[in-house]
Design a protein around this ligand. Structure first.
Ligand SMILES: [Mg+2]
Length: 258
């Protein structure tokens, strides 16, 4: 088989640490576009990412969930704080659905206002927005290594494609493809790619996504790597099946062994 070799990478938590950006953009979305009677946004909130937000972030799958988390953290009555965050996390998915229902919101609309908040910042001051992201330089070097070996990189993210693309361009990275949430689930994207390419690996910081890749007949042959430097839940590092390798930033190249 002489098909083109490719390597898959997630974006958030793998190529960049965007924690400041997630907080900032979701907070701005709450302030400017959400019209919730339960919050009032103090400008001081923009200065520091609360630990509660950082601690809940590993549970996030889609961007719109971050708008909900920020709303629940900043609301004036019964906000989520350190002492009660466990209640939210323990039933994370159901809690997100409950907040949607209680406020008569729909997920797609929250995603739209998050995207709108990002567009607003990009139009206002692109550099300031880009600087809210911190790249993992070891990963950028690894991607450069792949390029030298003529292995193409493909980014699969649950963020809007346009935003990932803008940041990557700033970092001087031009992947073969970027797939955002608009392209469907990661598993479906990987399935399609396996038909045309030889996939040498997938680095992702959401364990559940890698488990799904391994359990799917079409994609189970893809070598899967869990990014130790990403937004991991404490429990993610334990009970890893031997099909999924925990990858450390310090010995990325050696561990992937391309
Ligand atoms: Mg990620």
């Amino acid at each position: 088989m002489s098909s083109q070799k490719i390597f898959l990478l997630d974006f958030d938590g793998v190529i960049v640490d965007g924690m400041h950006e997630y907080w900032h953009s979701s907070l701005l979305a709450c302030e400017k576009y959400l019209n919730s009677p339960y919050i009032s946004v103090d400008q001081k909130l923009y200065k520091k990412v609360p630990n509660t937000f950082k601690e809940i972030r590993p549970w996030v799958k889609y961007g719109w969930e971050m708008v909900i988390i920020v709303h629940e953290i900043i609301k004036t009555e019964n906000p989520i704080k350190t002492h009660n965050k466990g209640d939210f996390i323990n039933n994370y998915h159901q809690n997100c659905q409950r907040v949607l229902k209680d406020n008569s919101w729909i997920a797609e609309d929250l995603q739209k206002i998050l995207d709108k908040s990002r567009k607003y910042q990009i139009d206002k001051n692109f550099k300031t927005w880009v600087n809210l992201h911190n790249p993992f330089f070891e990963v950028l070097n690894f991607m450069e290594e792949l390029r030298k070996k003529e292995i193409k990189t493909v980014i699969i993210t649950t963020k809007g494609k346009i935003f990932a693309e803008k940041i990557l361009k700033e970092l001087n990275i031009f992947p073969e493809f970027i797939f955002g949430y608009e392209s469907g689930t990661k598993i479906k994207i990987a399935e399609k790619l396996t038909k045309a390419y030889e996939i040498l690996g997938f680095i992702e910081d959401r364990k559940k996504t890698l488990i799904n890749i391994k359990q799917n007949r079409e994609t189970s042959h893809i070598p899967c790597f869990l990014a130790d430097w990403g937004y991991l839940k404490k429990s993610d590092r334990y009970n890893l099946s031997n099909e999924i390798k925990l990858l450390k930033l310090s010995n990325l190249k050696e561990s992937v062994a391309i």
